[in-house]
Design a protein around this ligand. Structure first.
Ligand code: NAD
Ligand code: UDP
Length: 316
């Protein structure tokens, strides 16, 4: 019997490339579709030459043509770091709206099951804490983050419409801050920013007073949760993240300690609409998928720091 085939949109990005690895290890054939707008071919270069892997450079806001059968689609294409989507507002809205529409059309045509990468940002600056899937969110549609948040909210809505109207099999994962190897050191997110500043002995730039919270999940845990959700029967959105919440100031201190850096913390203006708190309620993932994260922050941070050190060394 031939192996099942999965398409990973955004497969040359941070999370998408780990999903390509995971699906190959689970004996799937993988087609990675990416226009490389924020992705990096280095993330998938180890897969070139694998007969079960194919890379197609394509902007998914345009018609997607794939020959033959497709069994699953993991839809991960979208800029994801705040500085990326602030720099690419129109592309972010287009990939979330037009791109998701094209991918759903492909899923309908191929009778494939599709999993949408949604985000904790659909909860905006939340007034409920921790965030449960039943919470509808507090998003400013006209603020700078609205381009990402509303694109993802639209993507969830059109995914449910295709499920209800066309009967296609859909899954929605709401991903909370995830980190690990293959993040870009300069993507502006707190973790790579702090680690790169600490390793270079530069000041650590905490935005606001650092009392805002986040909950960081190591990439291997996330990939495990996504695979379980893809294989489950759950159509409603499921939060996947690590509930271990920390303030950004404490997190900066932790990075300084683990890297053994002499960097000092400095404070900069808090970006507009920056969520004050964020922590996933993962009861649904625990109950339905039997999933919970296993890798603690210190272990995950060490693995990620080692990765950043290894790419720094190989660039010398
Ligand atoms: P990333 O920027 O590393 O990867 C996104 C990939 O999508 C890139 O390779 C990019 O080139 C590709 N892409 C963007 N627009 C495209 C288009 N029009 N056509 C084809 N390819 C396109 O970001 P990431 O952190 O890996 O995020 C992946 C997905 O997960 C995104 O949908 C993001 O919203 C979601 N997500 C990530 C996090 C996180 O913490 N990393 C949290 C919540 C949600
Ligand atoms: N942040 C910070 N310094 C930085 C980058 C980010 O203090 O150099 C803060 C940011 O304002 C936010 C938190 O760290 O409160 C997490 O930011 P990130 O960009 O990682 O992702 P977000 O969760 O906001 O999407």
């Amino acid at each position: 019997m031939s192996k099942p085939k999965v398409i990973v949109t955004g497969g040359a990005g941070f999370l998408g490339s780990h999903l390509c690895d995971k699906m190959l290890s689970e004996n799937f054939r993988v087609i990675c579709i990416d226009n490389l707008i924020t992705g990096n071919p280095d993330n998938i270069s180890h897969l070139f030459g694998n007969p079960d892997f194919e890379f197609i450079k394509h902007d998914i806001t345009n018609y997607i043509h794939v020959q033959g059968e497709v069994d699953y689609i993991l839809h991960f294409a979208s800029p994801a770091s705040p500085i990326d989507y602030l720099k690419l507002p129109i592309q972010t809205l287009k990939v979330g709206a037009l791109g998701t529409h094209k991918v759903l059309g492909l899923a309908k045509e191929k009778c494939a099951r599709i999993l949408l990468a949604s985000t904790s940002e659909v909860y905006g600056d939340p007034t409920i804490h921790p965030q449960k899937e039943e919470y509808w969110g507090n998003v400013n549609p006209v603020g700078p983050r609205g381009v990402y948040d509303e694109a993802k909210r639209f993507a969830e809505a059109i995914t449910m419409a295709y499920n209800r109207y066309h009967g296609i099999e859909t899954r929605i994962v709401r991903i909370f801050n995830t980190y690990g190897p293959r993040m870009r050191l300069n993507d502006g997110r707190a973790l790579p920013a702090f680690v790169s500043q600490a390793l270079n002995g530069e000041d650590i730039t905490v935005f606001g007073d650092g009392s805002q919270t986040r909950s960081f999940c190591y990439v291997d845990d996330l990939v495990d949760g996504i695979y379980k959700l893809l294989m489950s029967d759950e159509t409603n959105p499921v939060n996947i993240g690590n509930p271990d919440e920390i303030t950004i100031k404490q997190f900066a201190e932790e990075v300084i300690k683990i890297t053994g850096s002499r960097s000092k913390i400095i404070y900069k203006v808090l970006p507009e609409d920056d969520p004050k708190v964020r922590q996933p309620d993962i009861s649904r993932a625990r109950t339905i998928l039997g999933w919970e994260p296993k890798i603690g922050r210190e272990e995950g941070l060490r693995k990620t720091i080692n990765y950043f050190l290894s790419i720094n060394n190989s660039n010398k």
